[in-house]
Design a protein around this ligand. Structure first.
Ligand code: HEC
Length: 151
């Protein structure tokens, strides 16, 4: 029980550090994808609050949040046109060296978000979302570890 709580907390901590980084001056597609990632993180936080009982569980809200994440993710690869690095972007140039892997991680994220949405729509208990939430969070972490530079 404690361990499962720790995992959700850990994922949220990763996300909190992510948004704490400054990215003033970003423009164009870099700004758009930063905004998209932040919107995704906001939805993750809303779902996490329900899982952790900090907010009453609402199946509609939780599944809508997960579906919104999947919707954003559909557009994720196209927000990384080749060579769009520099400025305040934390994107690694490695993305375009290993593009297949980048796209694969986006697809996996989309799939996990959809399965989170399904689970959310079919339960009355936020606890039931833990496994899918964790799997979704692991795709964020996997991609950030490989393709995002923390400056
Ligand atoms: C397929 C790869 C990939 C996946 C999956 C992914 N991200 Fe990202 N994320 C990135 C990259 C690359 C950046 C850096 C973009 C830049 O700075 O140009 C980033 C940046 C971010 C940022 C910082 C945005 C900013 O304002 O600078 C947040 C927050 C974030 N991601 C949240 C998430 C969350 C939450 C998930 C999972 C639900 C997720 N990401 C999944 C690749 C990914």
């Amino acid at each position: 029980m404690r361990r499962r709580t720790a995992l959700v907390a850990f994922i949220m901590l990763m996300l909190a550090t992510a948004v704490a980084l400054p990215h003033s001056g970003a423009t164009g597609v870099v700004k758009q994808r930063m905004d998209m990632m932040e919107a995704i993180a906001g939805r993750m936080k809303a779902v996490a609050a329900m899982i952790r009982g900090k907010r009453p569980f609402d199946a509609n809200d939780a599944s809508a949040a997960a579906e919104a994440i999947a919707g954003h993710t559909r557009k994720l690869p196209q927000m990384f046109p080749e060579g769009s690095v520099g400025g305040s972007s934390e994107a690694s140039a490695h993305i375009w060296v290993n593009w297949e892997q980048f796209v694969k991680l986006s697809r996996r994220m989309q799939m996990k978000a959809l399965s989170l949405a399904e689970t959310a729509a079919a339960t009355a208990d936020g606890e039931d979302l833990r496994p899918q939430f964790r799997e979704l969070g692991q795709t964020c972490i996997a991609c950030h570890e490989e393709f995002r530079e923390n400056r």
